[in-house]
Design a protein around this ligand. Structure first.
Ligand code: PLP
Length: 409
């Protein structure tokens, strides 16, 4: 019966898919989830975990959500551009409450289902308005970041970023690589806690890069996914704040997933900084809404409503800041503990470069073969590029990681 239906329809659409290759990152998650060996460690996923290995719900989030759900009397549509209160609260969180662009009329924001969707919307906007644009990424890169742009049909290119010998950002090489970019090309920059290396731009480098983008007429798209996990909420946004004060045109993709630990609720934003403001900026914003309608119609609201409540209530905000600071300092401590254990167990490996990096990630200098041996023989799962998430470690897992590395090196 099925066969005759198939013949009746001619070629099956789904059977045209004969070359599926598993997504590299997703396949790591799947392999680890299926690994039943005791102590199997997934150090690849970018989630903060506490000492018990759980990704905890923040108490400020629980309180705000409980209150909102108890009082909510409608679930009517909000619209493609999402929750306007959240958009404003995030503009202030990311740019600071006294930033000159806040009330300039040039800043227009959509609430999106996470920064992932914000990046995809940005890609759609670029493809729609300037399809010949090349999007520039750091090498190494968070691979999913690139997908949002290639799926939209855009060209991508890579600039040097990381010096594997020193574990630092090679800024000269970065600028030299970017001299190949054409005017109008888009440069994706990580606001802080670079994924995957943890190597960030210094304040001075942000200033130089801003001037460079102005001279080369590059459009910066800043991806801010870890605000509060590096040096603190304001320090982690200082570079992008400088850039936003000087660039005529810029985009900022914001994730609330990590800063509020609301990963699955899907909350983020895309901020557009328009060169003129006024009616022209309004039209760019409305156009963004049209593009969103065609992509996913509308974002969910509950997570955005919860975060808006936290950011507009002094007590909840203070509680959330305290919880985020606890998470930040825990990740820093785990970095230090890891470096200490590596020094003891792996005397030939100088891992002190990790102490100068920020956020959840650092890369281990392992080849792809060694990374796969870590999986196969030691049940330790890292991202391609050897990315390690300190926030997925715990005090008792660190010695095991050091032993596992010793076994494959
Ligand atoms: C640099 C970067 N940008 C964006 C995202 C996506 O975040 P979201 O959960 O908000 O979609 C991530 C998630 O890991 C990330 O690391």
């Amino acid at each position: 019966m099925i066969g005759s239906q198939k013949r009746g329809y001619g070629d099956s659409m789904f059977e045209k898919l004969t070359h599926y290759r598993d997504d590299v990152i997703e396949s790591i998650f799947r392999r680890c989830a299926a690994d039943t060996r005791p102590g199997a460690m997934n150090l690849s996923i970018g989630v903060f975990r506490d000492r018990h290995g759980t990704a905890p719900l923040m108490s400020a989030v629980r309180k705000a959500e409980t209150d909102i759900v108890a009082r909510q009397d409608t679930k009517a549509y909000v619209g493609p551009l999402g929750n306007a209160g959240y958009a404003r609260a995030i503009e202030e969180l990311v740019l600071g409450t006294d930033h000159p662009v806040l009330d300039s009329g040039r800043l227009k924001t959509a609430q999106t289902p996470g920064a992932g969707a914000a990046l995809r919307v940005a890609a759609e906007m670029i493809r729609d308005l300037a399809p010949g644009t090349t999007i520039w990424f750091s090498d190494p890169v968070w691979l999913h970041q690139v997908d949002f742009f290639t799926r939209a049909g855009l060209k991508v290119a890579y600039h040097p970023y990381y010096d594997w010998q020193t574990g630092t950002l090679d800024f000269e090489a970065m600028l030299a690589g970017l001299r190949e970019a054409a005017p109008g090309d888009v440069l994706v920059i990580h606001a802080a806690c670079h994924n995957p290396t943890g190597a960030d731009l210094s304040p001075g480098q942000w200033r130089v890069l801003t001037d460079f983008c102005l001279e080369q007429r590059l459009l910066p798209l800043v991806d801010s996914a870890y605000q509060g996990y590096g040096d603190g909420l304001d320090a982690d946004a200082a570079g992008l704040r400088h850039m936003a004060a000087h660039m005529p045109e810029m985009m900022i993709a914001v994730s609330s997933s990590k800063s509020f630990a609301v990963y699955r609720d899907r909350v983020g934003a895309l901020l557009l900084l328009h060169p003129e403001g006024g009616r022209a900026a309004e039209e760019a914003w409305l156009h963004m809404g049209d593009l969103i309608r065609g992509l996913y119609f509308m974002p969910p609201d509950l997570g955005a409503a919860v975060i808006t409540r936290i950011l507009t209530d002094a007590a909840l905000k203070a509680e959330w800041q305290g919880e985020l600071e606890t998470a930040r300092t825990r990740v820093k401590r785990l970095r230090q503990l890891t470096v200490d254990h590596f020094a003891e167990t792996l005397p030939g490996f100088d891992s002190r470069y990790m102490l100068h990096q920020r956020g959840m990630f650092s890369c281990l200098p392992v080849s792809d073969q060694q990374r796969l041996r870590l999986e196969r023989d030691e049940a330790v799962y890292l991202m391609p590029s050897g990315r390690l998430n300190f926030a997925a470690l715990s005090e008792d897992r660190i010695p095991r990681l050091a032993e596992a590395l010793k076994a494959i090196w």
